[in-house]
Unconditional design. Structure first.
Lengths: 388, 186
């Protein structure tokens, strides 16, 4: 990305000395540490562990970070809505009536292995650009006369990576509008006068127009664009990922630092998260994606959820990781099209409403990421509406 | 329950990063609250030590600090503290501390422009310029994707540039949003 070092450099040089701790503060490390630990032990005795000081937003940070590749990409697995119907974020019905008839339920490891085989065979061709187009969204609480209702804030993302150094690589994002989450929310929106600008109440109240916005674009540096898990990964590193599932597992685990912050600390759950990150957010080869599916098939806590539709109404099969406990009450699901071996999307649903998600019902969608297009092309990147 | 003992790992993390956490706390909550924020942050770090990333704990620590600042202080209190902090940055005394050869006027201009930006823009810019975070790490602190971070940084940098230009050339009208024809985007 083209930086203008002038202004950031000027700022760096103007760093106030007041940012440094007062002199000789650093000479009493042992004392400072001892006092923190002593303080912690007092807190432990008087509070429910992990509740008092637990940073609520860390999980939200994770939610945003996993979409690292595309500009906050996304997608809801919709278990009950068919193609073309209003997307639902309501709790899943028992997977009955409206499941895609063409897809018999498969157990998760068989599903993943089938998808891996198809992924291996998917065509790949050269072109001037590799383009990766995505849609994402997340649930927001909207102020109403009587409490709040839920809407989904959607964002489109596009990446165009130039194969030749003569071309620039481009990244785009575009607000795709804010829509009621369920028919009930739609009724609430109408009851409140069908406003074209809604007041979102979290994290602090702010107003947003619900209409789609302009396409924003800028040149990007492919070498510094992507993160795998919570660390940057270059295109070359992505290309070098192994295509053998056991080797891929080792390669991914070599980046495992114990997790924490916005990443799971359980090793298998971390692997699930990073593998989902790999197949949803990153432009990996078919072979690497197939290896990721085969690796996921070996994780004992991965389970199949059966046939689902994603937010665009595309049929697929969903899998999820069953953790020992739902740290923040959310479940991450991966939606796969077993016919093509493509990953369609990822969704985060509320299992136990609490903390930052206490306003959502059990089973409700919190966020989604969809892969819409992932291909090599000779087309030109789109013209932007707005370029800063 | 046995009394927890400080271990070497925690001490190392504290030693390596408390200055950075302190700096961040000063930019987010002012010097008067910084010590408290630092203490709270490392308290959380100690209690969640198994979850503290070993390779790069700083983004994790700053995300915790950010969260503490957001949850612990009422917005007005924090804004007042930050406003007072920023006034102190552009006092003669503070400005004269640094390398005199570097141009006090220029430093004053960029700091003044910084104070005119939104809180979000200021945070984005200072994470890079003052706290030295790599983009993926800064994105983690802010809780956004790396891609989104780049977009926001780009915008914030432009705002800073505009604020500096507005201070030096107050007569110039601000151009409307630029529309870029397709031919020119490559």
């Amino acid at each position: 990305m083209s930086r203008s070092p002038d202004v950031l450099d000027l700022l760096a040089k103007a760093r106030p000395t007041r940012l440094d701790p007062p002199p000789n503060r650093g000479e009493h490390i042992a004392q400072a540490v001892a006092s923190i630990v002593a303080n912690a032990s007092v807190v432990e005795r008087h509070a429910v562990p992990d509740q008092l000081h637990r940073p609520k937003r860390l999980r939200v940070a994770f939610l945003a970070t996993v979409g690292a590749a595309a500009m906050a990409v996304t997608a809801i697995v919709v278990a009950v809505a068919g193609p073309g119907t209003v997307p639902r974020t309501a709790p899943d019905a028992a997977s009955d009536s409206a499941s895609p008839a063409t897809q018999a339920p498969m157990d998760s490891s068989r599903l993943l292995l089938v998808a891996a085989e198809r992924s291996d065979r998917a065509p790949q061709a050269g072109g001037r650009y590799l383009t990766f187009q995505t849609e994402g969204g997340h649930a927001v609480p909207v102020e109403a006369t009587d409490g709040t209702y839920t809407m989904i804030y959607k964002i489109g993302g596009q990446i165009w990576f130039a194969r030749s150094a003569a071309d620039s690589s481009w990244g785009y994002s575009q607000p795709l509008g804010i829509v009621p989450a369920t028919p009930r929310d739609e009724a609430a929106w109408h009851r409140n006068g069908s406003p074209a600008v809604v007041r979102i109440t979290e994290p602090k109240p702010h107003d947003r127009p619900i209409a789609p916005g302009k396409l924003y674009g800028e040149t990007v540096d492919p070498a510094r664009y992507y993160a795998l898990g919570d660390r940057n990964v270059s295109w070359a590193q992505l290309d070098a990922l192994p295509t053998d599932p056991a080797a891929l597992r080792r390669a991914l685990l070599s980046r495992f630092d114990g997790g924490g912050g916005d990443m799971p600390t359980d090793r298998d759950q971390w692997l699930f998260t990073v593998a989902a990150n790999l197949v949803i957010d990153l432009p990996v080869s078919n072979e690497v994606r197939a290896a990721a599916f085969r690796m996921l098939a070996t994780l004992p806590q991965v389970r199949g959820l059966g046939a689902v539709y994603d937010m665009r109404g595309r049929p697929g099969q969903a899998i999820a990781f069953t953790p020992t406990s739902y740290q923040d009450g959310l479940e991450v699901r991966l939606i796969i099209d077993p016919d093509t071996g493509q990953a369609l999307g990822r969704e985060m649903r509320v299992v136990e409403p609490r903390g930052s998600f206490s306003w959502l019902a059990p089973g409700a969608l919190y966020a989604y990421d969809l892969v819409l297009v992932s291909k090599n092309t000779n087309d030109n990147p789109p013209a932007v509406d707005v370029q800063n | 329950m046995p009394e927890p003992q400080p271990d070497d790992h925690f001490t190392e993390v504290y030693q390596a990063h408390y200055r950075q956490v302190y700096s961040y706390a000063v930019t987010r909550a002012g010097r008067q609250l910084a010590d408290e924020v630092v203490a709270e942050t490392f308290l959380v770090a100690w209690r969640r030590l198994p979850q503290l990333p070993t390779a790069a704990p700083l983004p994790w620590l700053l995300a915790v600090a950010r969260n503490i600042v957001g949850e612990r202080y009422r917005a007005e209190v924090r804004q007042q503290a930050v406003a007072a902090e920023m006034r102190a940055w552009i006092t003669d005394e503070e400005l004269s501390v640094a390398d005199v050869a570097d141009g006090v006027a220029e430093r004053a201009a960029v700091l003044t422009a910084l104070t005119q930006l939104s809180d979000g823009d200021r945070e984005l810019l200072t994470l890079v310029a003052w706290h030295g975070l790599a983009p993926a790490h800064a994105a983690r602190v802010l809780g956004c994707s790396t891609a989104t971070y780049y977009v926001r940084l780009h915008r914030a940098r432009r705002h800073l540039k505009d604020a500096m230009a507005a201070a030096t050339e107050p007569e110039l009208p601000r151009p409307a949003a630029t529309l870029v024809p397709k031919e020119s985007i490559r």
